[in-house]
Design a protein around this ligand. Structure first.
Ligand code: ZN
Ligand code: ZN
Length: 397
């Protein structure tokens, strides 16, 4: 089956592709998306779309209204780049040393702009389309900031949706699941305080190194013995710091790592057990342990009804055999999770292909997210934009 793309959207591809490549060449880090936000606001204004700025700092909201229905749908694109030095040498490579659009948020912005242009020109829906251009997805929780700044009080949104380009999934394919799509991320730090001294006189010390090693081993028992086997979770200790020299037992040792889950109750269990194992192990040896546990992003969990609705919209565009339902969730994380806690909605993957789309001069690495030789696949612009348009039109029928 040939893809059912909107002709107008296809015709505007070269213009939108130019915008996408311009964004790629001028990447901005979280909460610093000033040029990006200016470009988005200017472009929307040119197309007759009213713009609201300042939510979440650099966030931009465009509002397209039609008819008199009070219903509204939120479509979200993220705008920020990553602190990565790009290895691509093609003409639209990053002009800012040490910054790069390695997660395709330039493409997310371009796809939503392409849709906005068509929706504003045709307005074949009844209600409001809320275009949400969000800052700081990469670790800054820009979605939460926009919500705190009144996104949903001001603009409603009976449902919210987001797309993320997905390398490895073929261009022209979509993937979605009715529940978890991405994991929660939680960071922990455990500071073990013992009593330092001479390495040859351990009986006069409380050795925090030995205790830290026992804690690290004990933590893995949470994964294998404490959580239910059918609940997914990963705990990785990624930092273990102690001591400076071979003949001194240090006073302190520090352990750091991450916990990822798909469910708050599982996160609660991990936090309790990390505290208990750390404090009790330290206490057993006459030391103490101070535990910090920080919840960064909750799990991104789709609402089944909205996930199926979005999947059906994709079916009509690319064919049902190109829409993967029940896709395996990843242990990565995404701050659209905050929006899905506030409103029903769904987060979908749109296939970015395997990298063969890249222009001459791309870096030697694979075309995967957060890789220095990554580039968004511009062929997705009309596919993603058609999806946004049809999703809005059918939601606001
Ligand atoms: Zn990313
Ligand atoms: Zn991303």
């Amino acid at each position: 089956m040939a893809m059912q793309l909107i002709d107008n959207v296809v015709r505007s591809q070269s213009e939108l592709q130019a915008i996408r490549q311009d964004l790629h060449a001028h990447p901005e880090l979280r909460f610093e998306e000033h040029r990006t936000a200016d470009l988005i606001a200017r472009t929307l204004t040119q197309w007759g779309i009213p713009v609201h700025r300042g939510l979440g700092g650099t966030g931009v909201v465009g509002l397209i209204q039609s008819g008199d229905s009070k219903r509204s749908i939120g479509l979200r694109a993220d705008m920020d780049a990553l602190p990565i030095r790009e290895t691509n040498t093609f003409p639209h490579r990053s002009q800012f040393d040490g910054r790069m659009h390695a997660c395709g948020h330039d493409g997310h912005t371009a796809m939503l702009l392409a849709a906005a242009r068509h929706l504003a020109a045709t307005r074949s829906f009844d209600g409001s389309v809320v275009l949400i251009f969000q800052p700081a997805e990469e670790g800054g929780a820009g979605a939460r900031r926009m919500i705190q700044d009144g996104l949903f009080e001001r603009f409603g949104c009976d449902a919210v949706f987001a797309l993320h380009n997905w390398p490895g999934l073929q261009a022209g394919q979509f993937a979605v699941a009715p529940g978890p799509m991405m994991a929660s991320t939680n960071e922990f730090e455990i500071r073990v305080t013992g009593l330092g001294g001479h390495a040859a006189l351990p009986h006069l010390t409380v050795d925090p190194v030995l205790i830290a090693v026992q804690i690290v081993q004990g933590l893995q028992s949470i994964v294998t013995r404490a959580k239910k086997p059918v609940d997914s979770a990963v705990l990785s200790v990624t930092m273990l710091h102690a001591g400076d020299i071979t003949n001194v037992i240090p006073d302190q040792a520090t352990i750091g790592g991450t916990v990822r889950t798909f469910d708050d109750s599982v996160t609660d269990l991990f936090e309790q057990r990390i505290r208990k194992i750390s404090e009790s192990t330290a206490q057993a040896h006459g030391a103490s342990a101070a535990v910090q546990f920080q919840r960064t992003y909750p799990a991104t969990v789709n609402h089944p009804r909205e996930a199926e609705f979005a999947a059906r919209v994709a079916d009509d565009i690319v064919g049902a055999d190109q829409v993967v339902r029940g896709t395996e969730p990843t242990m990565g994380a995404e701050d659209f999770a905050f929006m899905l806690r506030a409103r029903p909605g769904a987060y979908l993957f749109i296939g970015n292909g395997d990298g063969s789309h890249r222009h001459a001069g791309h870096g030697a690495g694979p075309c995967t997210l957060h890789n220095a030789s990554y580039d968004f696949n511009d062929e997705l612009i009309p596919i993603g934009a058609t999806f946004w348009v049809r999703l809005a039109e059918q939601f606001l029928r």
